[in-house]
Structure formats: structure tokens, C-alpha cells
Design a protein around this ligand. Structure first.
Ligand code: GDD
Ligand code: MN
Length: 390
């Protein structure tokens, strides 16, 4: 399903890198560290995919000074063919750093990253390639969309990965697998981008700092390696959190890009919510004390008018899509917003009741939890349904 991020920086792409000779149409970057069991087979598999699909592609192995026979094996293959190259890195060891080095050395305008251990099926490469040629800036192999899956992962790794992915999705809510290691980008997206590669999740860095607008996700089934072992370490999690922080800092400093665009909406939605509370309280007071209505009657009117207040601000300010819209369409949006808000109210009350009455949490604390969960619900549903495409 094609998606697009609007409002992100669209001011011309960086030209760096375009000067490099483009001898090939596609570069498949394979980062390696101690992959002697897999490397010959994966190179052969990728070359086979090029051949069968008529793609003018090159394979670029970026090795971090492997201690096994990986380098020797790749050297032997590269010595016989122009379309296989090896870079051996001796400093600044790291998967992300290696991938970025591969970006810089590629001799084509389309860059594909794939693991050496067959966790990512090479036969899908043409789909990524076609997606980019079809106009997408980024193509992402997703384990977490319909059709995607993970095979043979122990429960512990699943949980860690889900946690990392959930965190990443707070930065890129439109993308189901922003930490995928299987992806493809147009070179212009990363050329000249101030990437600060660290840790394992180079795609996050590309999404956070690259110049892109459109993306496509391609579902795939992640198969755990049969040969060798995973190099994921505890430090990787810390690196990941630092990386997320860096992406947020970048977004705040530049005030453009997908992270900034999304979080502007979330913050505005929150401020509108606060304004709704003021409207609600003010009306409840005025209708009861000044107009002399029974307070529950005032409350119903106050709630409804605060929903109207929130709708207007969200339509004009948060999602900014109101100009030139047909009146009927706006009424439709309002009804949707109204329904979602009622749902939010029920969620708020439900959480309050469950936590306070059943779990024994202090009721003001329970209410705060209810408000936060209702807020998440309201934002997510309105973002994707009420203001779909906004
Ligand atoms: N150059 C280099 N340097 N390559 C490395 C390094 C390194 O420090 N560490 C790992 N690699 C290579 C491996 O040789 C393999 O080709 C690929 O990077 C993935 O490494 P694995 O150790 O097999 O990763 P994984 O299976 O735990 O992690 C996978 O899942 C992640 C998502 O959960 C990878 O696909 C990641 O890319 C992905 O982000
Ligand atoms: Mn692996």
C-alpha cells in the first residue's frame, strides 16, 4: 500500500552523490561480520535475482574486518567479476556505519540493504526496485503488516523487537516497521543527509534525517538465520534509545520532516483538548450559575459544545485541511469526530472505573491514566479516519 508523508520538506533534493558514475541501476549492499557460512550463497542468490529479472545490479559487501573467512571468500568472488565489490572497514565498527559507507560507495541511484544470513528473502528485491522506480523514495520490508511475519524467534527476542518497533512507530506512526533492516532508498534520499549512524537501526536514521516524501511497505517473512549467530547485544538497546533522541532533536532543530510534522499534529491536538476543557468548565459554570440550569443539563450542553469547539480547531489548525472543503464533507468529519469523542469518553470512564474501583488506584491518578489512554485513542482514530489523508 503506497503511503505518503505530506508537509515534509519538499524543497529540492540534495544533489551530492549524483555526480558519481552510475554504472548500474541498483546496488545491493550486504553488511557482514563473520558470515563465512552465508556470504557466497547470498551473493549467488542476489546475482541470480539480477539475472532472472534483467536488472543491471551490483553487489557491495561492506565487511567490518571479519575474523573468519568472509573477506577471503568475497575477495575471491570479487576478483572474478566487476559487479561484486568488497569494502573492508577497520575502524568505527558497526552495522549502521557500514551501511552508510555502502551508500557512499554505490555506483547506482537505487540502494538496497539486505542481511547476509537469508533473514531477508532476496527474491523480493525486484519488488523494492520497482517500487523505487515507480516513484517511491523509500521501500520498506515490513514484518508487521498483513502478509509479514517472523519465523523462529524466541519469545524474548520478539518482545524486545516489538518494544523497539513500538517506540519507533511513535516517531513514524505511518510506518509499520521503521526498524526493518530490509529496505531500499533512492540515493538522493540519503546523499548529503546528516546521518549519524550508530547501532543496528539505520532505517530509522534514514527516515528521520533523509529527504523523502513517499514510501511503500512490502510485507515479508523474516526467517531467523540457520548458520552462525545473531550479533545483537544489550548495548544495542541503549544505542537505539540514543538514536531516537538524536532524531527527535534533529526534528525539533530543523522544524521539518515527518517526525516534526506528526508531532506538531499531536501537540496541537493536545492543546485543542486543553482548550476544550476550559470551554467545558466555563460553560458548565455559566449555564448553571448564570442561566440557572440544572447542573447535569448544563454538563451535557457543555460537553457537546466543547466537542464542537475541539472539532473546529482541529479542522482548521491541527490537520489544516479545511480550506475549500465541501460543507457536506465537513459535516461528515464532524459526525466522525463526535463519535470518536464519545468513544473516548467511554474509554476514560472505563479506565477510571477499572483502575479506581477494581485495582484500587487513587481516583485522581486513575483518571489521569484514563485521560491519557482516551487521548491516544482520540488522536489515532481521528488521525486515520476523521481526517484521513489530511
Ligand atoms: N559490517 C557489519 N558490521 N555488519 C554487521 C555487523 C557489524 O557490526 N553486525 C551485524 N552485521 C551484519 C550481519 O553479518 C548480517 O548480514 C546483518 O548485519 C544482520 O546481522 P544479524 O546479527 O544477523 O542481525 P539480526 O538477525 O539480529 O537483526 C536483524 O533484525 C533487525 C530487526 O529486528 C537485522 O536484519 C537487522 O538489520 C534488523 O534491523
Ligand atoms: Mn540475522
Amino acid at each position: 500500500m503506497p503511503g505518503s508523508i505530506r508537509g515534509s520538506s519538499s524543497s529540492g533534493r540534495l544533489k551530492e552523490g549524483s555526480a558519481t558514475t552510475e554504472t548500474y541501476d541498483l546496488t545491493v549492499i550486504i553488511p557482514t561480520f563473520n558470515e563465512e557460512e552465508n556470504i557466497a550463497a547470498i551473493i549467488e542468490a542476489v546475482s541470480g535475482v539480477f539475472r532472472v529479472n534483467g536488472i543491471r545490479g551490483e553487489v557491495l559487501v561492506v565487511d567490518d574486518d571479519s575474523k573468519d573467512r568472509t573477506i577471503e571468500i568475497v575477495r575471491a568472488i570479487a576478483g572474478q567479476r566487476d559487479d561484486v565489490r568488497l569494502i573492508v572497514r577497520r575502524e568505527d565498527h558497526g552495522l549502521s556505519q557500514s551501511v552508510v559507507e555502502g551508500f557512499g560507495a554505490a555506483r547506482s541511484g537505487i540502494l538496497q540493504v539486505i542481511d547476509a544470513d537469508f533473514s531477508h528473502p532476496p527474491k523480493l528485491i525486484p519488488r523494492f526496485y520497482e517500487a523505487i522506480r515507480g516513484g517511491a523514495d523509500v521501500a520498506i520490508g515490513s514484518r508487521y503488516m498483513r502478509g509479514g511475519n517472523i519465523e523462529d524467534w524466541p519469545i524474548k527476542r520478539r518482545v524486545i523487537s516489538l518494544g523497539a518497533t513500538a517506540f519507533g512507530r511513535m516517531l513514524f506512526p505511518e510506518i509499520t516497521d521503521p526498524v526493518s533492516g530490509f529496505f531500499s532508498v533512492r540515493r538522493d534520499v540519503v546523499a548529503g543527509a546528516p546521518l549519524a549512524p550508530r547501532g543496528y537501526k539505520i532505517l530509522m536514521e534514514v527516515l528521520g534525517k533523509g529527504r523523502w516524501e513517499t514510501f511503500v511497505e512490502i510485507p515479508f517473512v523474516f526467517k531467523d538465520r540457520e548458520e552462525g549467530e545473531s550479533k545483537l547485544r544489550v548495548g544495542t538497546m541503549v544505542e537505539y534509545l540514543k538514536q531516537c533522541a538524536g532524531i527527535v532533536r534533529f526534528a525539533v532543530a530543523r522544524r521539518t520532516g515527518p517526525v516534526w510534522t506528526e508531532w506538531t499534529k499531536i501537540v496541537r491536538f493536545g492543546l485543542v483538548g486543553l482548550s476544550g476543557i476550559l470551554v467545558n468548565m466555563g460553560l458548565l459554570y455559566a449555564l448553571t450559575e448564570i442561566a440557572g440550569l440544572y447542573y447535569l443539563v448544563s454538563a451535557v450542553i457543555a460537553i457537546e459544545l466543547s466537542i464542537v469547539n475541539n472539532f473546529i480547531w482541529n479542522d482548521l489548525w491541527t490537520f489544516q485541511s479545511a480550506r475549500g472543503l465541501r460543507f457536506g464533507r465537513r459535516i461528515q468529519r464532524f459526525l466522525s469526530f463526535q463519535a470518536v469523542s464519545m468513544g473516548g469518553l467511554v474509554i476514560n470512564m472505563g479506565v477510571l472505573y477499572l483502575l479506581a474501583d477494581i485495582a484500587g488506584v487513587y481516583y485522581l491518578v486513575a483518571n489521569l491514566a484514563g485521560i491519557l489512554i482516551a487521548f491516544a485513542w482520540n488522536y489515532a482514530v481521528n488521525r486515520h479516519f476523521t481526517w484521513v489523508g489530511a
